[in-house]
Design a protein around this ligand. Structure first.
Ligand code: ADP
Ligand code: MG
Length: 256
């Protein structure tokens, strides 16, 4: 862990009159596993969506792997990124969504091979091999020919994880990956994420309400409040001995 692989430098994000991120400074080191917790509406998903290039920014600078994400060098300094630049940058990241966002009309296998073929230019045969390996890894080797609606929520989310990994991202983003699941299906998804967290090189940024899980797997936990990091620290510091009243109130509310 040396240079930050993700850096938000005074990033501003607005929706109309609403300032969602207010000069946010935030860094993640290569290989670091960081959890983001905080109240609904505090800007957690917005941070992930900006990184995934699904939302632009209104001020400041985001860098990924040391390169500006939403800007690129031009003759007179930085200018807004072109679609080609965004596409290149996006290839470093994968995202797992709360609502899985699988393609409903494609088989599980096709859900996973689609982007590697279309975006990375892999041959169909290579993409299939890669998908089969990943399905094995998330415990779904026998489900390749099913359609999403034929699977449980937990299985669908494990396909979502396999799909993100198929692009071989160096950064994996999770946006409340278990909050749409029935309670009895949460464990199987957390197990898969927990295994990924043991990978030394993979950088993980996880928005979650699963406090016990965040505590187990994170190197660092950030408490978001109103578009700012109100407090951050090791899981031990943040969960056992928070400095801020606001953090303490939040934890009390979610842990009770
Ligand atoms: N596309 C959008 N248009 C307008 N407001 C939005 C949009 N996306 C998010 N917001 C608002 O921005 C704030 C932060 O949203 P979000 O990042 O989703 O919060 P969180 O994930 O912490 O619950 C919320 O008030 C939300 O309503
Ligand atoms: Mg959210």
């Amino acid at each position: 862990m040396s240079d930050p692989i993700i850096k938000f430098d005074k990033v501003v994000k607005r929706f109309g009159d609403l300032t969602v991120l207010d000069a946010l400074d935030f860094e993640v080191m290569r290989g670091e596993k960081v959890s983001i917790i905080g109240p609904s509406g505090s800007g957690k998903s917005t941070v992930l969506r900006i990184l995934m290039t699904l939302e632009g920014i209104d001020g400041g600078l985001v860098t990924v792997g040391g390169e500006p994400l939403w800007h690129e060098p031009g003759p007179d300094g930085l200018r807004p990124a072109s679609e080609a630049h965004l596409r290149k940058m996006r290839a470093q990241l994968g995202m797992v969504f709360q609502q899985f966002n699988l393609f409903p009309h494609m088989t599980v296998l096709r859900n996973i091979t689609e982007a590697p073929v279309k975006v990375l230019g892999l041959s169909k045969a290579d993409a299939k091999l890669r998908a089969e390996e990943l399905l094995e890894r998330v415990g779904l080797a026998d489900q390749a020919q099913k359609y999403p609606h034929q699977l449980s929520g937990g299985q669908q989310q494990r396909v979502g994880i396999a799909r993100a990994l198929a692009m071989r991202p160096s950064i994996l983003l999770f946006d409340e990956p278990t909050s749409a699941l029935d309670p009895e299906l949460v464990g199987e998804v957390l197990n898969v994420i927990g295994q990924l967290a043991e990978e030394h090189d993979l950088t993980m940024l996880l928005v979650t309400h699963e406090m016990r899980f965040a505590r187990e797997i994170s190197d660092r936990v950030c408490f978001f409040d109103q578009g700012q990091i109100r407090e951050e620290g090791t899981p031990e510091e943040l969960f056992s001995d928070p400095n801020e009243d606001r953090t303490r109130e939040f934890l009390k509310a979610v842990l009770d």
